[in-house]
Design a protein around this ligand. Structure first.
Ligand SMILES: O=C(O)CCC(=O)C(=O)O
Length: 523
């Protein structure tokens, strides 16, 4: 999933909180590394340990601590596949669906390094795992270097590159969505994916090009999204070791990280096997091989260490309604504390989903009332109606909490980014914590460097922006003057919300009997 540890643009702000720590560096500004494969080497001050898979086998790894267990596996042709996926989704446990490379429609000619070099984007963003430096490299050069890299890291080596978060070629994306090989519920923008309601600038399809002993440090996927990661190609027996927790272990793991003086959401710590054992939380381990699709549960804390030869993986996120809910109540507060950019626009996602589901419920009602015998209309329409009404009710509850946070009795006196909700397409984020601005913010236009805007005039939203939560915590512009501003007229939000309420009431009046119109009672 996208690497999101880059600091936010810091302008003339008065910081009142600690920001992300800087990685261990030596006095010359370089990171230094030692090699660990079982957690026995101590971490020196100013040194980042590099982990190696030398000597690892999956069978031995799972025996290393009583809290280690294998990730469940199911073959893609197993008749219980759908049920198994649902069970794991409900319990928040990881799962691997294996064997996709044996499918007759597996695109063995598309999923190769040489195809990618010919047809993929020519620049790759890479990380040197020795000093954690990120930079761009021509793809052909990266491939050349990967093929020349030994399988295991060594103490005196200074460069080992991992091609991360690269854009996935559209041919791959189109194969994923049209081949019918992968279960459709797991694909991007299908029924279960709320990310489809976001503007399409939010991209989640990525690919990873690695070689043994390259890694992604312990982290959680963005905003409680569900992760899918498919191993599409390997050379010389390349594989990836995964270490994952179940969803519910996220707070326990965050607490464990604090005990070892680390911050989970900074994504700066590579956990050792010893630390994973000490955490006493269930750690699910897998060796991902060609054709394995890893399903990463929302909020699962996980780390990936590549092993042996070259591996090429593609990954994407989905957002379930439960993920959206957990993100609003549990992840965004953490992001605010550690200044982790939000990226997935959670509140906007809730609002847009509510808008779209209201339309869908209205359409279904029209189908029902338009049928010659509305009271005997098909049971499929009736159960869809109820299903959508319950989902919409859940979204309504979420949006009410969002509106409670965004509301100000003085909203009518505030300037707006746009006078019309429908045309609103903004990308405003808090310049301090990285939160996506859904409706309300504080802005100082006069102190913003004018070079930041491409058009001639500074517009509302182009200035220095601070979210309400940062503002009440004392963050603001150096000049001391920030204007309360809103994205769109607040009444637009209330109207959409009330329309959702009316639509649910027409289908399932009981579930919304305690709700009132907010346009009539905005407070
Ligand atoms: O393969 C990797 O290096 C990281 C993948 C990952 O963390 C994910 O897909 O969620």
């Amino acid at each position: 999933m996208p690497d999101i540890t880059a600091p936010n643009s810091q302008l003339e702000l008065l910081p009142n909180a600690t920001r992300s720590p800087i990685l261990g560096t030596d006095t010359s500004g370089r990171h230094t590394s030692t090699i660990v494969n079982d957690g026995t080497t101590t971490k020196h001050l100013l040194t980042k340990a590099l982990i190696t898979t030398k000597g690892w086998t999956f069978t031995e790894l799972v025996k290393k601590a009583p809290n280690f267990r294998p990730v469940d596996r199911v073959h893609f042709e197993d008749p219980t596949l759908t049920q198994t996926i649902r069970m794991h989704e409900d319990s928040g446990n990881p799962l691997i669906i294996e064997g996709f490379h044996e499918h007759e429609s597996w695109p063995a000619d598309l999923f190769t390094l040489d195809w990618l070099r010919e047809h993929g984007k020519q620049g790759a963003s890479v990380r040197n795992v020795h000093n954690w430096a990120d930079f761009d490299l021509p793809l052909s050069e990266l491939i050349h270097k990967l093929r020349a890299t030994p399988r295991y890291a060594s103490e005196h080596e200074t460069e080992r590159l991992y091609g991360k978060d690269a854009e996935c070629p559209h041919e791959w994306a189109s194969w994923l969505s049209t081949s019918g090989v992968l279960p459709s519920d797991l694909l991007p923008h299908r029924t279960n994916d709320y990310l489809k309601y976001l503007p399409n600038d939010v991209q989640t399809l990525m690919c990873y090009l690695g070689v043994g002993d390259t890694f992604t440090p312990f982290h959680k996927d963005l905003c409680a999204s569900s992760g899918q990661n498919l191993m599409c190609y390997t050379e010389n027996g390349g594989s990836s070791f995964w270490f994952m927790t179940e969803s519910s272990a996220a707070p326990g793991m965050a607490e464990f990280f604090h005990k070892i003086n680390e911050e989970l959401d900074f994504e700066t710590h590579v956990v050792t096997l010893r630390e994973l054992g000490q955490s006493r939380l269930n750690i699910y381990i897998a060796e991902q091989q060609l054709g394995d699709l890893v399903l990463v549960p929302p909020r699962s804390c996980h780390q990936v260490i590549n092993n042996g030869g070259i591996t090429m993986k593609t990954s994407w996120s989905r957002m379930t309604l439960r993920g959206l809910t957990n993100s609003l109540y549990h992840e965004l507060p953490v992001y605010h504390r550690v200044c982790r950019p939000e990226t997935y626009k959670v509140k906007l996602n809730i609002y847009r989903a509510l808008h779209r589901q209201t339309q869908r419920l209205q359409e279904l009602r029209e189908q029902q009332t338009g049928s010659p015998h509305p009271d005997r209309s098909s049971s499929t329409i009736n159960s869809s109606l109820e299903g959508v009404a319950h989902e919409l009710h859940h979204l309504l509850e979420l949006l009410d909490d969002v509106l409670g946070e965004e509301y100000s009795p003085k909203h009518q006196d505030m300037p707006h980014v746009s006078q019309s909700d429908t045309s609103l397409q903004n990308n405003i984020t808090c310049d301090f914590c990285g939160a996506d601005i859904f409706q309300s913010f504080f802005e100082c236009i006069s102190c913003a460097p004018h070079s930041l805007v491409v058009h001639e005039e500074m517009r509302i939203g182009d200035g220095i922006v601070v979210c309400p939560l940062c503002y009440v915590e004392g963050r603001g512009c150096n000049c001391g003057t920030m204007n309360p501003t809103q994205c769109r007229p607040f009444g637009d939000l209330l109207r959409s919300r009330d329309e959702a309420l009316r639509t649910i009431r027409a289908v399932c009046p009981d579930i919304v009997k305690d709700f009132q119109s907010l346009l009539k009672h905005p407070r």
